[in-house]
Write a protein that binds this ligand. Structure first.
Ligand code: PMP
Length: 275
């Protein structure tokens, strides 16, 4: 069965799916997105993803394309039509179609909704057992990284920088020499005394759903989490480091900018959180 994509009310074979060239998502990257994991045909953490989507939309003054109830039906239908047992759903909402003009259209337009699925995604088992390398670059993104905007050029270039340097992820370093986050992941370190540190929420990072879930789990499991910015220096000298995201889950980091972290193997706190 060919993969099916949802575009503005229609389920279409992916090869035939297309959007209008005057869609403001295409013209201006005037849109937002979500990536939701699918496990055994079910959407994982659908509600928090929906809440974050609502925040992204309202921050940019983009209309919902449909009700939340209908959106859930669309996602569920797409999972069914693609027989997607495990993978991810990608959904994108843009401001809609209008003659190209930077300012929002004066007349109300309908926002566009595109949904695709993917079977691949989870990194190899070896990455979880061996850990991955991270490189760093100066933070160069806009000041509203809490909005899950499709405007991802700095993130794209940062991930390419990682690939070109044989690394899995690039961490952004701000002017204070603290790590904000990765190009598509949140960043964490573990300090002496098993203290887990991650940056607090704000405009400078995306509020990761995996981050939120992990904090909940850690609290329930008596693992101490401190939400504060940490420096690159602290990270390199930490006992352990890891990254989180819907697709990377909890991924151990064993090397930062060519310097070994801890023992150079995934640490026990990271493995515990992963488990
Ligand atoms: N930060 C950025 C910049 C991201 O793109 C992502 C992945 N969407 C994350 C963090 C992690 O978020 P989540 O756990 O919701 O996948």
């Amino acid at each position: 069965m060919s993969e099916i994509t949802y575009v503005n009310g229609r389920y279409i074979p992916t090869g035939e799916a297309s959007v209008n060239v005057e869609d403001r998502g295409y013209q201006f990257s005037d849109g937002v997105y979500e990536v939701i994991a699918v496990s055994d045909f079910r959407l994982v953490d659908f509600k928090p993803h929906l809440r974050r989507l609502g925040r992204s939309l309202s921050n940019l003054d983009i209309e919902w394309p449909c009700s939340e109830r209908v959106l859930k039906i669309v996602l569920t239908q797409l999972i069914k039509r693609n027989r997607l047992r495990n993978g991810i759903v990608y959904l994108q909402i843009t401001r809609g179609v209008a003659p190209r003009n930077h300012a929002f259209p004066i007349e109300k337009i309908r926002s566009s909704l595109v949904v695709t699925v993917s079977r691949s995604g989870r990194p190899s088992a070896e990455k979880f057992t061996e850990g991955v390398k991270v490189v760093t670059m100066p933070e160069n993104r806009w000041g509203r990284r809490d909005i899950k905007s499709v405007s991802l050029l700095p993130n794209v270039l940062a991930k390419q920088f990682a690939v070109q340097n044989g690394a899995f992820e690039t961490w952004f370093v701000d002017d204070e020499q603290t790590i904000t986050e990765g190009s598509s992941t949140n960043a964490w370190i573990v300090l002496a005394g098993q203290e887990v540190v991650t940056r607090p929420l704000g405009n400078d990072i995306l509020a990761g759903i995996t981050r939120m879930k992990l904090i909940e789990l850690a609290k329930a499991g008596d693992i101490r989490i401190t939400e504060r910015p940490f420096t690159l220096d602290e990270a390199i000298n930490a006992e352990e480091a890891f990254i989180t995201s819907t697709t990377s889950f909890v991924m151990p980091v064993v090397d930062i900018d060519g310097k070994q972290v801890g023992t150079g193997k995934p640490g026990s706190v990271t493995n515990n959180l992963l488990a």
